[in-house]
Design a protein around this ligand. Structure first.
Ligand code: HEM
Length: 367
């Protein structure tokens, strides 16, 4: 009996060793980075759906059977008939043909299909790594929680879509869109940070005296992360209200720094979430503030002579920030929403890069 438990303990130790080995950690991190890249693509598909006004085309919530699109003419007619019952069809698309319906059906179907693929991409390797003992113990509950939160994101997606079926409405509620986007961003970042943690264990972080030397640069990285998050949050209202349709000039809005009509709604706070002009101005201002903070963080990091990997991370963040700004302004002045799709995807990459920069400057905990 005693010898059996010694064998069990030995087996557990060798499995723990395998899980913590460099090669295994690389495999787990690769899977997580791949998942992160799939989420970034999901942002692009979601943005396309929104720009195409396609999000309300599938009236049914069928997490499993919905994977099969209509296969016969009769099925297509049935789906189209369902769509005809919602206000968006009656108020905006009453002369839409079946071909027109198919054009808005497919993007939304692909969006949902991608969500299901993401679930498989995350769930199957999670199960396999766990089953074969290749997952460090500390990661197991956390990754399982991420899987559950991924399913929650699907439910939030449906909750958002359902808001667009209400009488008199032709699109989803802006707040629900914002929550859907922000939750997706949080999930993407959680997966990304987990991959970083797996790849670089605490023992490989900077020694405390070195970490102390880079305190200011690390502080700037944190400020960048906060500023980018605020810009993303503000961006969801600009996008949700289609506020890119007004005042398409930059840097002035119709010749003014402060647009007229900023405070037209009462009480005042409603303007931030319901007024197109205010939503656009807010996003410009917080986006520009984020740009100034990110550029300052890059300059600070270079002047502080941070280690090479951290320097790379700050430079990547700076590059993505410049790209983000150019994409935002170009979307606004050109009204080409396909550029906005890239702007939305790049926002997540930018946030991830800023977090990477902060991560590279983290120190070991004092013993
Ligand atoms: C750090 C800087 C910025 C970040 C992180 C950022 C982030 C975002 C995000 C996340 C969205 C989409 C949200 C959603 O769809 O729910 C968005 C939309 C948008 N942003 Fe930015 N943005 C930044 C700067 C700017 C700037 C400087 C401008 C132009 C002055 C701009 C113009 C736009 C426009 C026109 C949209 C709507 C595009 C669309 O819906 O397809 N952004 N932004």
């Amino acid at each position: 009996m005693a010898s059996q438990s010694i064998v069990d303990v030995d087996a557990r130790h060798s499995l723990d060793k395998l899980a913590a080995s460099k090669a295994n950690r690389k495999a787990v991190a690769t899977w997580l980075f791949f998942t992160f890249s799939m989420i970034v693509e999901m942002f692009g598909i979601g943005a396309y759906v929104q720009n195409d006004n396609a999000g309300l085309s599938i009236m049914a919530w069928q997490p499993v059977s919905g994977i099969i699109p209509p296969l016969t003419h009769h099925e297509w007619e049935r789906m189209f008939a369902l769509y005809k019952t919602i206000p968006q069809y009656r108020l905006l698309n009453s002369h839409m043909t079946l071909a027109g319906f198919k054009a808005i059906f497919w993007p939304e179907w692909i969006h949902r299909l991608w969500g299901r693929l993401l679930g498989l991409d995350f769930g199957i390797p999670l199960f396999w790594f766990w089953w074969t003992g290749r997952l460090e113990r500390r990661l197991r509950p956390w990754l399982f929680l991420l899987l559950v939160l991924g399913l929650v994101q699907g439910v939030i997606g449906w909750w958002m879509v359902a808001s667009g079926f209400q009488p008199g409405l032709t699109e989803v509620a802006v707040w629900r869109l914002s929550i859907h986007y922000c939750f997706a961003t949080a999930l993407a970042i959680a997966v990304f940070v987990t991959a970083l943690v797996v790849l670089k264990p605490a023992s490989e972080r900077l020694a405390p005296p070195e970490a102390a030397r880079y305190r200011v640069a690390r502080g700037f990285a944190v400020a960048s992360i906060i500023a980018i998050c605020i810009a993303i949050f503000a961006g969801t209202f600009l996008s949700g209200l289609h506020a890119y349709n007004v005042d398409n000039t930059f840097p002035l809005m119709n010749g003014r720094w402060m647009p007229t009509g900023y405070a037209s709604l009462h009480p005042f706070w409603r303007n931030w979430f319901e007024n197109k002009v205010a939503a656009q101005w807010n996003h410009r201002v917080v986006g520009t503030a984020a740009a100034v903070i990110v550029i300052s963080s890059v300059v600070t990091a270079i002047r502080a002579n941070v280690p090479p990997r951290a320097r790379d991370a700050f430079l990547v963040t700076g590059g993505l920030l410049i790209l983000q700004y150019i994409l935002g302004v170009t979307t606004l002045v050109s009204r080409i929403l396909d550029i906005g799709v890239v702007h939305q995807m790049n926002a997540v990459l930018l946030l991830a890069a800023a977090i990477w920069a902060w991560f590279e400057l983290r120190g070991q905990r004092p013993a």
